[in-house]
Design a protein. Structure first.
Length: 269
């Protein structure tokens, strides 16, 4: 909290606050929040210019009572005058920066931030899992010809939508291929070959992407036959969008591990 009395303490807190702001602005959950942040930054620049002017004033008022490290009072007074001039020039530049930021602030207030399209969700579905003697053919191909040929060999068990539906129904869908401690993952196109030499199994997974369903609130926000009313949420006192909670539903992507699949021995040649 600022003391409003101790410049040393408040300067340290201002630095930490700016450092935190620099870190926090690396990403934005809601782009419309930039408007409020810009407004605070504009006000901060104005205050910083005032600080520089006041620093210049201190150096000018006390130039008769200073010296350099070697005791030269004349040189100390010249240094104080030079520092004051530097602070003043910096304050002038901040005034220019303040004007530029204020203009950008006005332009930002005109922006209507549209909802961003939902990002695709990437998962990996199991195509085939082989263990023991059944894993020897693809492992031999892997050793002799490389992982691309091993993937091509195992891809014969990929029946497209039928394989996808079966994997989702059985919960054989993963965030990343290779969840075992000693799993070795090799990728080729949309496929991932997972090999565990210690446990003697090989698995082929395929990348599968889905787009999440839009929120029901967004769908109901537009009246049928009428254009959607857009609001600039960056404007002062503008209403904020409300989003109804998503209805709970069972997920296809029930967690499972390669080890669990291995123990189940669900598929064989």
């Amino acid at each position: 909290m600022p003391t409003y009395e101790n410049p040393v303490t408040d300067a340290a807190e201002a630095y930490e606050a700016l450092r935190g702001l620099a870190h926090a602005t690396r990403s934005w959950e809601e782009p419309a929040d930039t408007y409020r942040v810009i407004g605070e930054v504009v006000a901060g620049i104005r205050c910083l210019g005032q600080v520089l002017d006041q620093l210049a004033g201190v150096h000018l008022r006390h130039q008769d009572g200073v010296s350099t490290d070697d005791g030269d009072r004349m040189a100390g007074a010249v240094a104080a005058l030079g520092a004051a001039d530097g602070f003043h020039q910096a304050a002038v530049l901040l005034d220019q920066a303040h004007d530029q930021l204020s203009a950008a602030f006005v332009q930002s207030g005109k922006i209507v931030w549209h909802p961003q399209p939902a990002a695709e969700i990437e998962r990996w579905i199991s195509v085939v899992f082989l263990q023991g003697d059944e894993a020897e053919p693809p492992l031999r191909i892997l050793g002799e010809l490389g992982h691309v040929d091993a993937v091509d060999y195992l891809a014969q068990w990929d029946y497209g939508d039928e394989t996808t539906d079966a994997a989702m129904e059985n919960g054989h869908v993963y965030d990343e291929p290779g969840e075992g401690t000693n799993d070795r993952v090799m990728r080729s196109g949309d496929y991932a070959l997972v090999v565990n030499a210690q446990l003697g199994y090989v698995s082929l997974l395929r990348r599968h992407t889905t787009t999440p369903e839009p929120e029901e609130a967004e769908a109901s926000a537009t009246v049928q036959g009428e254009p959607e009313l857009l609001v600039s949420y960056s404007s002062p006192n503008a209403p904020k969008p409300t989003v109804a909670p998503r209805q709970a539903q069972e997920s296809w992507f029930e967690p499972a591990s390669i080890t669990t699949i291995k123990q189940s021995g669900r598929l064989s040649l």
